[in-house]
Design a protein around this ligand. Structure first.
Ligand code: ZN
Length: 306
């Protein structure tokens, strides 16, 4: 028993020394410590194992525990592997003809008065941040916005805005979107698209995420634009559907998306939902979203014919 214990601990000590890259110490130390172990063992075999027995086993145990602690630390600081890619088939189809001229005229008139209809709100600085160019392990990150994540507010636009204007010192409470669109079509900008809004937690798009804090799992936030629609009255609950979004909301949504597509150069196929990017399986928004309504409007703005 005792011999087995000594042998086991000795193997752990060897592994530990090898891990630390100490082959020379290992070679020269093997003989000395091996003789010491045998001397101690013969002492033990003669019935001398007492509470105040020699400290070789204690020493070796200590070495083994240290190796375990170091292994755990290195696992915690290792860069996590990105998640498995989940394919996204965009409901938006390429469309280069068959536009509805009435829709085109209406949206173009709205585009001309966009400045008056679009308001900015001062989101508290705890609820957004800079886009990272490098991750905690020194690997370069591409901070360019290249995926749009659609959400819904569940509660009123005003309650969402109040949440974003409230300071949230705890990481877990920090939340924001870049833009929210009210039921009346009002466009409220909350975070500059060049900054990082905290719209999604554990998430990825086509297998890509960015880890910007070694203690928190990856998310799409570093390269995402988050856009939320105010939920209608009958959807302010946890049910799976509601009556849907207003025509004015789809108009404003198409105008904001067209603006972002022109500005950042991503394809409409990169417009997705929080439900799709969420890896925790907890998010189902936006509920009752009608992609055909968006298709008609983006087509009318010639955003679906790259
Ligand atoms: Zn969401």
């Amino acid at each position: 028993m005792v011999f087995n214990r000594v042998t086991g601990i000795w193997k752990r000590l060897q592994t530990h020394l090898q891990h630390r890259g100490a082959p020379l110490i290992l070679c020269s130390g093997t003989l000395v410590l091996g003789m010491g172990a045998l001397a101690w063992l013969s002492n033990d075999q003669s019935g001398a194992l007492k509470a105040s027995s020699p400290s070789l086993l204690d020493l070796l145990d200590e070495v083994g525990s240290e190796a375990k602690r170091e292994r755990k630390k290195s696992e915690q600081t290792r860069q996590p592997q990105p998640p498995r890619a989940i394919s996204w088939s965009s409901p938006l189809a390429k469309q280069c003809s068959g536009f509805d001229s009435k829709v085109t005229n209406r949206l173009q008139a709205q585009q001309r008065t966009l400045k008056q209809r679009r308001v900015s709100v001062a989101t508290d600085p705890t609820n957004f941040g800079e886009r990272f160019r490098v991750n905690p392990w020194g690997v370069a990150l591409n901070p360019d916005p290249r995926v749009v994540v659609l959400h819904e507010t569940v509660y009123s636009l005003q309650s969402a805005v109040n949440t974003f204007m409230t300071p949230h010192p705890r990481d877990a409470d920090q939340v924001s979107y870049h833009t929210v669109i009210g039921l009346d079509g009002k466009i409220v900008d909350l975070v500059d698209p060049l900054k990082r809004a905290y719209g999604a937690g554990y998430s990825a798009f086509l297998g890509e995420w960015a880890v910007t804090n070694a203690k928190i799992r990856g998310s799409v936030n570093n390269f995402a634009l988050h856009l939320s629609l105010e939920t209608p009255q009958d959807g302010r609950n946890s049910r799976s559907s509601h009556s849907g979004y207003s025509s004015a909301q789809y108009d404003s949504l198409a105008i904001v998306l067209k603006d972002w597509i022109d500005r950042f150069g991503f394809t409409p196929a990169a417009i997705t939902t929080h439900r799709h990017v969420d890896l925790g399986g907890e998010r189902g928004d936006p509920r009752s979203f009608d992609w055909q309504e968006l298709q008609t409007r983006l087509a009318a703005l010639k955003a679906l014919c790259p």
